[in-house]
Structure formats: C-alpha cells, structure tokens
Design a protein around this ligand. Sequence first.
Ligand code: FUB
Ligand code: ZN
Length: 672
Amino acid sequence: MTEAAGRPIDLKKAKITDPFWKGEMELVRKEVIPYQWDAINDRVEGAEPSFAMRNFKVAGRIQAKRRELGSAYQEVIWPTDIFRPFPEDMDHLEERFYGFLFQDTDFSKWIEAVGYSLTQHPDPELEKTADEAIDIVCAAQQDNGYLDTYYIINDMSRIFTNLRDHHELYCLGHLTEGAVAYYRATGKDKLLNAAKRFADYVYSRFGKGEGQINGYPGHEIAEMALVRLYEVSGERKYLELSRYFIDERGTRPYYFDKEHPGEEEKRGGKPGYHYHQAHLPVRQQDEAVGHAVRAVYLYSGMADVARLTGDEELKQACRRLWDNIVNKKMYITGGIGGTHIGEAFSFNYDLPNDLAYSETCAAIGLVFFARRMLQMEADSRYADVMERALYNTVLAGMALDGKSFFYVNPLEVSPEACREDARKAHVKPVRQKWFGCACCPPNIARLLSSVAAYAYTESDDTLFMHLYMGGTVEKDYPSGRLVWEVDADVIDGSRIRVSCKEASADGTEAAIAIRIPDWCDGYELACGEHAHEARKGYEYIKGVFRQGDVIELTFDKKLRVMEAASAVVEDQGKVSFSWGPFVYCIEEKDNGKDLHLLTADTDASKAVFEKTEIAGNTMTRILMPGKREKAKEGALYSAYREAEYEDARLVLIPYYAWANRGEGEMRVWIRH
Ligand code: FUB
Ligand code: ZN
C-alpha cells in the first residue's frame, strides 16, 4: 500500500527564501494584491469596474435597513435573470448590484491571498485594510446567515432557484476558502464565523429531508472549501454537506431539469449535463468532461472527501479521472481545456495548440487536484503533473513584472490570426491588465502566495518535499521539533541540499521524503549514515538527525526532446523541448517570423545553454541547431517541389517567460 502524503504544512512554519519562488511571491505581495484591492474598489483607470466592494456596501445598507425597519421595510426588487448587470451610465450608479453575479468572489480570492501573504510577510497596514474589508462584507450577511450580494440586493425570495447557472454555492466556497486562510494566518475569526453561518444555512436548506433542496452547485468549489471548513472547525456537518453535494451530482432525475425543465435535453448531450459534470453520478465517471475549472474543482473535493472518509470507490473515481486527464487531455504545459466552447475539455487527444483554451484557473485547479491526490497517496506521478502545471501554465498566466495576465494559455500564437480569426478571439498574444471576469489573476495570487503548501505536506512522522524551493521548514516530529533548511538549485542547476538546521540536543528521530522528478534520468543521493529507501518516486530518508546533518540529491538533468502520442493530430511531426521542470518555446523575437517554417534538430547533445535576461529576470535559454525552410514562391497550389533549407539556430526560452517582450509569434511544438 502506498502511504499518504498527509496534510499541507502550516504556512507559518515555512519560509520561502528561494530567489525564484520568493520573487514570484513578492510580485503577488507588492504588485497583485494592491492592484487587486484597487480593482475590487473600482479604482483602476481604464479597467472595467469590478463593483465587488461596492456590492457588499449596498447589500450592507439594505441589511441595516431591514434590521432597523423589520416588517415595515419595503423590499426593492431587481431582476435575477441577468448574469452581469452593468450600468449604462457610470456617473449615475443606482443602489443595486453590478458586475458578474459571482463578483463577491473577487473579494474572497483577494482576502485569501492576503491571508497567505501575511504568513510570509507580516504587514499591519495590509491587515488593517483587510479587517476593514471584512467588516464591510460581514455587514451584508443576512440574519439567517445567507451571504451572496447578488440575491441580497436583487431579491431574497429567489435564492437557490438557479443553482445551475448562478453561483451562490461558488460564492460560499470562495468565501470559505478566503475565511479559512485569513483565520489561519491571523487567528481572527470574524470572516470564518460568517462563512460558517453561511455554510450552516446552506446545510439546513440542502439535503434529502422534507422540504430540503436536492441540488448541488452549478460551479463547483464548495465541495473542497467545506472540507477546509471541517478541518479547521472539526464540525463534521461540513464534511457531510460536501459529500452530499458530491454524491447528489448526476443522480436522476437530474436536479437541473427540475430547475430548467426541458432545457438540458434541448442542448443535447454535450455540453448540457456534461458541462457541469452532472451527466453521471461521479462514482461512475471515468472521463473528464465539461467546463475544465469546474471539473478539477469537483475532483479536488472528491479527493478530499475520499481521503477523509476512507471511501475507496470515490478514490477509484478520482484515479480514473486523473488518468484520463493526464494521459489524454492535458497539454505538455500542464494546461487543460482544449476548447473555448464552454471553456471545456474536448474529446480525448484533441489538444489544438493555437485554439487552446487552457485557462489559467484550470491549471490552478489541476494543481489543487494533484496535491489532494498526493494527500491520498504519495506517488510522484501526481507531483510531476503538479509541477508541470505550476511551472509552466500557471506562471505563464502572469507577466514577469506581475502587472498583466493571461486567461487563455495557447501553445502556438500568430498575433495576426488572433486579430483576424474570430475562432481565435479568445487567444490574446499579449497579457491583459485585468479582465471583466477577473477569475484568473486573483487565483494566481492565492496559489503563488501559498505555494509552500504545495511544495510540502506532512504526515505525523514524515515531511514530504514534492517541489523544490529554498527556505526553511519546521516540523514537529513525535520525538521533537526539527527545522530543515533547503537550498534548491533546480531552476538553472540540478542539485538540492537539505540540512538539519535545528534539532533536539541529542538529535531528532525524523523522516523526510524527497520527490525524484520525472525529468531526471537518474540521481545521486548522499545522506551520510541515514537509512534511505526509494518508493513510488520518493526517496525516504530517515534516522536521528542532528544539527548540521546534510542530505544532497543531484539529478541527472538533460534537455529532453519530447513527442506527443500518435493520436494527438496537432503535434505529429513536431517535437517540444523541456529542461528540468520547464517546457520551452520559440518566439518571433529571437527566431524571426514564420515559426512554422523552422525545423529543429532532435539531438539533445547539441544543445547549448546560456544565461539570458528577459524583462529583468535572468534565466537559461537554449540554443539548438535547426533549419529554416525557404519560402516557395508561386501559386497557392502548385506541383510538389523538394523543399530547400538554410541553417538556423533556434533560440528557446522557458514557456512561462513568453510574451514579455512585446507581441509576436510563439510555438511550443516545432517541426523536426
Ligand atoms: O464562472 C466563474 C469563473 O469564470 C470560471 O471558473 C471561469 O472559467 C470563468 O468562466
Ligand atoms: Zn480563470
């Protein structure tokens, strides 16, 4: 039996000092969090207003009046069938809800990122701003605990009448995640209590009891959020509610048919029930379908519940869905979602590079799912994918200066095609400052500021290192406390060094499991007198550790020339290059226009590695010999002529760094 990799470490016990990861976290702290705060307060010139904090204030004023006037209060009713009420005149806003109906989550993701950031970098001023924001949010909460400003402002008599399309339970989920993070960071429980009261209300309204709603969220996340609420509070009803949502999904008669009679069938098959992963009970599912973010959020919740309840059947469903994603539906960059129609998974092996959706949030959701699979079984294949998604698609989602973002992460871009071809309207060749539907940037912020909880998990007697990040991690082993110091040089190098910084005077009995990545051909381990054993892609090193003891791992890290399975039509005749955790790409800036005419040598031994600087960031670029096919003059179609080539030198840069030097073509898959 494979052992479980336990729980994520308490962020307060980890300090990330690694220049690469600390740099990413500092971008979030210094750029994204303040920008996001301005964005949710509608203070960013030229950006579409969020209205998030304004909606909470309006809802708070309504709630104050309701309390003051009681039954004498005259409800003002607004329509609840508009997905995104937007003002016609920004200078004359009404006392009503504006923005996407899930706009409350802009705040929830912000407060979550703030909570994580405070664990690494205490900041009394930011904490004060956060406390004031929490006061505004909590003032909007209804006496029964309900807390979604769309319905509080528009029409409370309509709550939970459109679970399929509206996002009340999604708002509950994000609010809960934010509240748990802020509580864990600061010990302040005002928002946590608000989330609990909202969850308690939902618990009372949903279920199989008389008069209860038999529904489940149209957009998942509450499933995993409720598990976090259970873990922080110890109150089992939250776990039960999560399991209820999971098991109710896809049962017949379909709940969404009760809400929207006849509509799903009219849409026929896919999307429809598939879009919401509601086409089958989840335990019977074996293919990842529908909206990709929703899907991986659901699977994350399923993995949580399977772990906590020892539910083997649910665990098997998670494994099948995981296998389907990583073997048939994932880009080499760890992105998921092959089609923009429904922001969804496409059919098996359909992974178009130029039409890719590969939403940043979906890659983030895959990271969530991977960590939860690890929590069930410490098998490096989950961490390999977690790393792939994180180091490539997630990082590519944010510019190197932290000031602009990708929502969609293509693997091949022609700026002209993006402009001229309506089928590619979703693909942007340059990152955007912000989005009307700003789901991705705050999601990046919350993941990057809590990245240590993905790098490290712990069981009672073992610290698991899934990703390599310099810094310190403190762990309480049964026999005492130990502080590990990590020096991880895998970004440009291939060595990690873990030393015992502090231990009990006569040593601490401890174990550390370090992942062996899928990108190395072999490794050398030096761990002194300590026992070690390799299992499921981890080296378990154990024994009594004393201050100064050192473990060193050196990976055999070479350039890897990759090809896709024959069934991936788009990638045939092409290769892609990876080095360490990074997927590489070519850009017009270094290689000239018409990247489709370039062919690459596949002999990895010819690669030359050199340092380069992109937007002030030093990184390794790779030079590979190749050829450029000479353009053939003539008609659109003509009799076949042998191609002529000239020598070319291909310059490859890490995918995460693309589009940081202006607009241009880009390709991950290159002809060979
Ligand atoms: O619906 C909420 C979020 O907006 C989804 O997760 C994203 O895909 C975007 O549609
Ligand atoms: Zn998104």
